[in-house]
Design a protein around this ligand. Structure first.
Ligand code: HXC
Length: 540
């Protein structure tokens, strides 16, 4: 009986196993079928995705001398490193026949990749799809990569080529822009943000690049303005071309909105690749040290004679920088705007530094509004991202005149003062020649928590130059030349400041490089924090 029972059980068990096997076999067949079908659909869709708005639109893009969104990413990122997100995303608008106008990816390519092996998050607007216009959906794609960048600590680069808010979507697309602006601000000072304008960027859309740290443009094919030429004509009756109003020339020279421009897409993308190594990945990172073949103790004899014998004769501060920093390492930012001040990144013994320097060749290096704002913003970037500051000073003072006073040199100059005062990164200062008045204080003086302040023997540090001083304090003196001579002997030298300890040393120009490298190394362990506050109130 029990044997019979056991046999029946075994048979049932065998039948059950047989059924199970046949079910799983059927499942495997069905599964295999659906897997192949899905993957061929996916492959088909991928082909569509790669075509963006179609061949005709891509040809039109090329005819304008512009690359497509994907071609641009291929040039920007290391070969094969791009990983795309949300390629299958579609917009959800149904008004104005938009339900029959859906293109996968919705006019923007997003994801991450590497530049020289370092991680970066990217988005590239695809003008071939509805003019690269920003929909709610494609704003979400941008926001997703921005969130990821913040999460892992990596820079964000946006390639802008867009007709602005997608008109068919109304307030939804405006909400998309608003969310991006908000995210730009949250990301500010946490990860570097770069905008490369490669086509139209108009209306409120301009404010995303303006909130990022560095904006570059492509000459002749890109423009940025809040209101276009037609609106300008209607409101002010002023006739102006797109190029005059908001082309690369205007923004790199007059407005200072863009930090540099390039002659075409290829050069622009290569330019961003060249710039990228100067940046840290985030505020938790340091800029990678680069192997330096330039000797640490290299003494450049030419520096000893670079300052002209007369203090009224100009010299090129760029040459001074070039002779101090690692060979060919100076990367100038905003070279065409407010040329009376130089800003940029360079390396000293392979370590990245931010350089701020008066340029005596332009307006004698005097500080005006544009120069103050240009330098202030750069200093704040360096401070936010732990990049030490090197300041080279040759400044006769703040620019005098009604034009400057009425337009607010006081509040603009205060931005520069604020930025230096606030900065806690290592601050090294070399006074090469003039350091007068308020400008002496502002340009990273000892009094603003300067860590290493030195002067060349040619330095002149005083409240003002001899001519002006004598006119005030010896107005009625019978021998003004003698008084000027006396004043110069006392103040047109670094000795007076050195006696007070406001200078750490007076050094020979040729040893500048070695001294700075030594101090930079010493200051690696600098630990200085400002007291806790929600945020300061920078004069705007
Ligand atoms: C929807 C748009 C679009 C937009 C362009 N297109 N801009 N679709 N919303 N904002 C579409 C066009 O209909 C066209 O579709 C295709 O993109 C290419 O545009 P074209 O006009 O043929 O190209 P081109 O001659 O090169 O002119 C480019 C342009 C022009 C100058 C950008 O398209 C233009 O003026 N667009 C509108 C710009 C604008 O006013 N945007 C709103 C700005 S205000 P088809 O199907 O014909 O190919 C804004 C507010 C943001 O953005 C606020 C944030 C706070």
């Amino acid at each position: 009986m029990s044997l019979l029972f056991a046999k029946r059980q075994l048979t049932q068990f065998a039948r059950f196993k047989l059924n199970e096997a046949s079910v799983s076999c059927k499942y495997a067949v069905t599964h295999k079928y659906s897997y192949t079908t899905t993957s061929s659909i996916v492959n088909e869709k991928r082909k569509q995705i790669l075509m963006g708005g179609g061949k005709e639109k891509q040809d039109a893009q090329h005819a304008k001398g512009k690359l497509t969104a994907r071609e641009r990413l291929n040039l920007l990122l290391d070969k094969g490193s791009f990983r795309e997100y949300d390629a299958f995303v579609e917009h959800s608008c149904t008004d104005f026949n938009m339900d029959s106008n859906r293109i996968l990816g919705d006019g923007i390519v997003t994801g991450h990749g590497t530049i020289h092996g370092r991680r970066v998050f990217v988005y590239s607007q695809d003008f071939t799809v509805l003019g690269g216009s920003l929909s709610r959906t494609n704003a979400n794609k941008i926001l997703k990569v921005m969130d990821q960048a913040l999460l892992v600590g990596a820079p964000i680069i946006g390639l802008e080529d867009s007709g602005g808010a997608r008109i068919q979507e109304g307030v939804d697309s405006l909400a998309g822009y608003a969310d991006i602006f908000q995210k730009n601000v949250i990301a500010s000072g946490v990860v570097p943000q770069i905008s490369l304008i490669m086509g139209p960027c108009a209306g409120g859309a301009v404010y995303s690049p303006a909130l990022t740290d560095f904006t570059f443009m492509v000459q002749d094919t890109s423009y940025m303005f809040v209101t276009g030429p037609d609106v300008v004509k209607a409101v002010t009756n002023e006739k102006v071309t797109q190029e005059e109003l908001g082309g690369a020339r205007t923004h790199t020279r007059k407005s200072g909105v863009a930090h540099n421009s390039f002659s075409n897409d290829i050069e622009a993308l290569q330019g961003v690749r060249d710039f990228f190594p100067y940046l840290p990945l985030s505020n938790r990172d340091v800029v990678p040290h680069q192997l330096c073949h330039d000797p640490v103790d290299r003494q450049d004899e030419a520096l000893d004679t670079i300052i002209p014998s007369s203090s009224n004769i100009a010299y090129n501060m760029k040459e001074v920088i070039g002779r101090i920093v690692d060979t060919h390492s100076f990367y100038e930012i905003a070279p065409k705007f407010a040329k009376n001040i130089l800003i940029g990144f360079a390396r000293l013994n392979g370590q990245s530094v931010g350089i701020v320097a008066n340029q005596p060749l332009v307006s004698s290096g005097a500080l005006d509004m544009d120069a103050s704002v240009k330098a202030a913003r750069f200093i704040r970037f360096c401070d936010a991202f732990n990049i030490p500051l090197l300041t080279l000073v040759d400044v006769p003072g703040f620019m005098p005149g009604t034009a400057q006073e009425h337009a607010g040199i006081i509040r603009h100059g205060a931005k520069l003062l604020y930025a230096y005062c606030e900065a806690t990164v290592p601050k090294l200062t070399v006074i090469t020649r003039k350091a007068y008045g308020g400008a002496y204080i502002v340009m990273s003086s000892k009094h603003l928590r300067g860590d290493y302040n030195v002067a060349w023997p040619s330095a002149e540090i005083a409240v003002m130059g001899a001519a002006g001083a004598v006119e005030i304090i010896f107005r009625n003196h019978p021998d003004k030349p003698a008084m000027r001579k006396e004043y110069k002997e006392k103040f047109a030298t670094p000795l007076f400041a050195a006696k007070r300890g406001y200078l750490d040393d007076i050094i020979s120009p040729k040893e500048t490089r070695a001294r700075l490298i030594e101090q930079l190394d010493l200051l690696k362990s600098k630990a200085l924090k400002n007291p806790w506050k929600k945020h300061g109130c920078i004069p705007l």
